[in-house]
Design a protein around this ligand. Sequence first.
Ligand code: ADP
Length: 195
Amino acid sequence: RPRRNLTRIFLPHLVASMEQVDQTYIMIKPDGVQRGLVGEIISRFEKKGFLLKGLKLFECTKELAEEHYKDLREKPFFPKLIDYITSGPVVCMAWEGVGVVASARKLIGATNPLQAEPGTIRGDLAIQTGSFSEVVFALGLLKPCKESHSYGKLSCRNVVHGSDSPENGLREIELWFKEGELCQWTQIQAPWLRE
Ligand code: ADP
């Protein structure tokens, strides 16, 4: 019995100390900026309780966009993706918090807005257009023979980007922000967010 008590007392502290504070790079893409969704998107992360470390409106170069999406270089849609990201200003953000990378991905929703759940940013604020067959493939009603067939002409417009791992979160924040552009500060609401 005494051992059980000790476990009850120490285990939550142990788990809490193992919780990792991550950082994620969130970017409102040019369609999100043009459509006037900046406030709406920022507010979803703000209301969730994450800590905003950096924020700027920015016109990125082709080189920066290519570096950011370097893992997708071989994809058939890569040139279109780079044209899209450089087609107007983007809003760059660095957010911090426990589990922020995974949580932000949930808030954002599936890559294809047609498949994103209602309640997510992409599910609520974006649509994906294409020919009838492309929409049928995107909805998963039929399987295309080749990836390039399914998405060749689909738009990449899904209003927001979020890092897919804590490592990429750090890499992308370093890529998009210069030294001195991030703030160290304490949220006054912090003690009200977590015990
Ligand atoms: P996510 O942004 O959800 O992490 P990916 O990293 O797979 O998704 O892709 C990066 C971006 O490239 C997407 O957000 C979208 O703008 C674009 N994209 C991804 N897949 C396709 C596709 N099949 N056709 C057109 N654009 C795509």
